[in-house]
Design a protein around this ligand. Structure first.
Ligand code: SAJ
Length: 436
């Protein structure tokens, strides 16, 4: 190692960049972490992490103490660079590569013969070839000979990042063999899963395909749910039975698909192959329609009620987390707001301000005409049903996640609706509700 030169510089200290930088430093690599947000850098220098992730805080203190990690707002000379910046989606569903481009531009003055550049951000296929390489070639150095370049997508699940960084398999797609070899050597410092080597475009596609597989599978489940409502069977029961087959794994229907991965990545394939990505596009549209489907059902449940109050349980895009990015629950709330009804929203995980959010379940259901469950938080399984029964105006609950104990709610006189459960017709249930 040259005097003063770091072994690694990580560009972007967010959900992926920060844990990655810490993990390398924890394994003895000298790392410089860079974020353009001065507040983030200042906080990290004050030994405080800015994202919630188990184990991260302890690891930050350890690597700052050991001197293996430094952080700043601009890059330093290093043997290798990892780019782990966000790739947001534009309103027209195309990928916004602004951060990828600017992070690459920022490292140009430090790139010398022998430098390795690894892109970790999720990107549309051919981004390495068509966006990264032209920027790096501005150095005048020979791509593939002097500068080595790879794509190695992150694939970790929030909440389990430190564990999955180490134990998940990793894909390394170099622009040539030497690029892949150097990248494998780098990640071998901590990766215990298998490191699979391929080319850059394949690596870009693999990451997108994993999330698109889930999106298409969920779209299939959602389509089956709508068919179940029409034909009068219970999709949850049917999926459970179908999944008894050893080669079938149908995902769960619900109010839609959220988060920054599964609801976004399929668009990155579609962007590059519009004519061909027919099933991918249709699945996106199917899942994106689900919030409206939920809104329509809620409106039917409160039809005829004067100034109805609807209690919404859940804002996060999935259970037991506070993340509202692309959340279908938020889309349902937006849809409901277009109608003359009163909303009371309860989410025990989401701490920030949100219009009509109330601090307790009790407050949310008081004088309510209908509960709608939108997020599969474990807390929603054991709320005070008796209390709700006593304080609601009409005892109706609509579960879009299949998480409540139907028989318990029915015992307290509730009419229970589930997404995709067409066994009991809407008419019968409403008749039952008015008898209350
Ligand atoms: N969902 C359903 N039905 C299901 C499963 C999920 O409606 O059967 C919904 C969830 O409620 C949520 C959305 O889909 O709204 C996405 O949740 P998720 O748990 O499937 O995925 P993410 O976005 O939290 O994380 C995914 C993971 N990818 C895969 O499992 C293939 C993770 O490993 C990736 O690292 C992450 O995307 C990413 O960064 O790409």
């Amino acid at each position: 190692m040259e005097q003063g030169k770091k072994q690694l510089c990580v560009m972007g200290l967010g959900y992926i960049g920060l844990p990655t930088a810490l993990m390398f430093a924890h394994h003895g690599v000298s790392v410089h972490g860079v974020d353009v947000n001065a507040e983030v850098v200042e906080k990290l220098n004050q030994r405080k992490v800015h994202i919630v992730e188990p184990g991260l805080q302890e690891m930050l203190i350890e690597v700052l103490d050991s001197g293996k990690l430094t952080v700043g707002t601009s890059p330093q000379a290093a043997e290798a660079y990892i780019i782990a910046v966000p790739t947001p989606i534009n309103p027209d569903h195309s990928a916004n590569l602004h951060f990828v481009k600017s992070a690459t531009e920022m490292i140009l003055p430090y790139v010398t013969s022998g430098t390795l550049v690894v892109l970790e951000s999720t990107v549309p296929p051919k981004t390495v070839e068509e966006t990264l390489l032209p920027i790096l070639s501005k150095t005048g150095l020979r791509i593939g000979a002097d500068i080595l370049v790879s794509h190695s997508p992150e694939r970790v699940l929030p909440g389990k990042v430190l564990e999955e960084l180490v134990h998940n398999d990793r894909i390394v797609g170099g622009i040539n063999e030497e690029s892949s070899r150097r990248t494998v050597d780098l990640y071998k410092r901590f990766v215990k899963g298998t490191i699979h080597v391929t080319d850059a475009t394949t690596a870009e596609m693999v990451k997108l395909m994993e999330n698109t597989y889930r999106d298409i599978n969920i779209a299939f489940a959602n389509e089956l749910a709508i068919i179940a409502e029409k034909l009068g069977f219970d999709v949850w029961e049917a999926i459970e039975l179908a999944n008894c087959h050893p080669r079938v794994n149908i995902h769960k229907p619900g109010p839609g698909v959220g988060g920054h991965c599964i609801a976004v990545d399929p668009w990155f394939i579609y962007e590059r192959a519009r004519e061909e990505a027919k099933l991918i596009h249709l699945s996106r549209k199917t899942n994106d329609h689900m919030p409206q489907h939920v809104v329509n059902h809620v409106l039917k449940l409160v039809e005829g009620v004067h100034r109805p109050k609807v209690s919404v349980l859940g804002l996060a895009f999935k259970g037991n987390i506070d993340d509202m990015r692309e959340s279908p629950a938020v889309r349902v709330v937006e849809g409901l707001r277009k109608h003359p009804l009163q909303l009371a929203i309860f989410d025990p995980y989401v701490t920030g301000d949100f219009k009509d959010k109330v601090p307790t379940f009790e407050e949310a259901v008081k004088d309510s005409d209908c509960i709608v469950v939108l997020t599969d938080h474990r807390d929603f399984r054991d709320v005070n049903i008796g209390g709700a029964a006593a304080s609601m105006r009409r005892k109706v609950i609509f579960d879009t996640r299949n998480i409540i104990d139907r028989s318990q709610w029915e015992k307290h006189g509730f009419v229970v609706h589930e997404i995709g459960n067409g066994k009991q017709s809407l008419m019968q249930r409403e008749a039952a509700a008015t008898k209350e």
